[in-house]
Design a protein around this ligand. Structure first.
Ligand SMILES: Cc1ncc(COP(=O)(O)O)c(C=O)c1O
Length: 379
């Protein structure tokens, strides 16, 4: 079985699992309890906060643990909207965001906010002059991703942050696909709010974080107890938090070497496919991309049939197209990039990670020609 869908989720790293298990067994306390059982876990929580902060370049007090990346994105977008409503009702985002941001913005739009969605070019890149021009006196937030989940395209986050800061507007960055894969530095890059998710970097599902830099005004999404300095109510997911801390610590130590290894595997896969199928097309910027992600369109094919056949061969990959009620809908990300619907419908995303090896890539390159020949023969 070959797994090449790491942008969807990652297996829990064995060392991370090892680190979290005691927090389901002997260290089961509630961190808010003042007795020994509570004290046993309080320290672990703060240690994990320090590890997350170290990976993304912020202070530990600026880390707010959430249940996932989607919650962190919602908290940033809706939380700023609620806190700054009196100042303005305009948000600038992009046409290629994850639904966690897109749908939070749609919700706000139906409640009186104005949303500007910046276009991207054919390679998925933003035009920063358009960002500059979109900001007006009612703008309270710029929200863009760090790296795109479908194409891996990386936005110029430092420049975006600089423009937002110069115009006196908060910048929220959805860095769910970037953290652990490429360097992310809230301080150095000027990011005021940043979302991340544990299950994308070897921690389990059910844990994420929003970095809220000092001075940022934000209303909570969840009201209740005073956990997370009153910013996110609810008894903490201690085991998940410990796991996220461990995963961040490991990512920090291994990122440079792992990124280089995965980039060479990804490039081998990508150039292999493009050599086998000269009409195939790479979606996204050729260089300015996550080292792990390749999004390739196979003209004339439907991604779902291709993925089904890859699955039969034991290969897990994914597509940006979603099949709903029998009709294949093109991915909004590829549509925003101007990829024609027939090409977008034949697009497959391979996203690589820790357990992939050269032999995995070679196996995919071995079986793909037979599958595509068969599918084209059926047309
Ligand atoms: C860019 C991006 N943002 C947000 C999310 C949501 O993260 P989660 O699955 O932890 O809610 C994802 C998940 O795929 C993502 O790729």
């Amino acid at each position: 079985m070959i797994y090449m869908d790491y942008n969807a989720t990652t297996p829990v790293h064995p060392d991370v699992l090892e680190a979290l298990l005691p927090y389901y067994r002997q260290a089961f306390g509630n961190p808010s309890s003042i007795h020994w059982a509570g004290r046993m876990v309080k320290g672990a929580l703060e240690e994990a906060r320090e590890k997350v902060a170290a990976l993304v370049g912020c202070d530990p007090v600026e880390v707010v643990f959430t249940s996932c990346g989607s919650e962190a994105d919602n908290m940033a977008v809706k939380g700023v909207a609620a806190a700054l409503r009196g100042k303005g009702n305009h948000i600038v985002t992009t046409a290629v965001e994850h639904p966690a941001v897109t749908n939070a913005c749609l919700y706000l739009e139906s409640n009186g906010f104005e949303i500007t969605r910046l276009r991207v070019d054919r390679r998925g890149a933003l035009n920063l002059d358009e960002l500059e021009a979109a900001i007006n006196e009612k703008t309270i937030l710029v929200s863009t991703m760090f790296a795109n989940n479908e194409t891996g395209v990386i936005f110029p986050v430092t420049e975006i942050a600089e423009i937002a800061a110069r115009r006196g507007v908060y910048f929220h960055c959805d860095a769910v696909q970037a953290v652990g894969k490429v360097p992310v530095d809230c301080r150095g890059m000027g990011i005021r709010l940043l979302a991340l998710s544990g299950h994308k970097l070897g921690a389990p599902k059910g844990i994420g974080a929003l970095i809220v830099r000092k001075g940022v005004k934000l209303h909570p999404l969840l009201h209740g107890g005073s956990q997370e300095r009153n910013r996110r109510a609810g008894t903490e997911n201690v085991a998940g938090i410990v796991a996220l801390g461990k995963a961040c610590e490991m990512a920090g130590a291994e990122m440079a070497a792992e990124a280089a290894r995965l980039k060479s595997l990804r490039d081998r896969l990508e150039s292999g496919i493009l050599a086998l199928f000269p009409d195939a097309q790479l979606n996204g910027h050729p260089e300015n991309r996550l080292p792990t992600t390749a999004n390739i369109s196979f003209p004339g094919l439907e991604a779902d049939s291709l993925l089904l056949n890859l699955d039969l061969a034991g290969i897990a990959a994914s597509s940006g197209s979603a099949c709903s009620s029998g009709t294949l809908k093109s991915s909004p990300v590829l549509a925003a990039m101007g990829v024609e619907p027939p090409l977008a419908r034949g697009s497959v995303r391979f996203s690589l990670g820790r357990e992939n090896s050269e032999s995995d890539v070679d196996f995919v390159l071995d079986v793909l020609p037979g599958i595509i020949e068969r599918l084209r023969g059926q047309q």
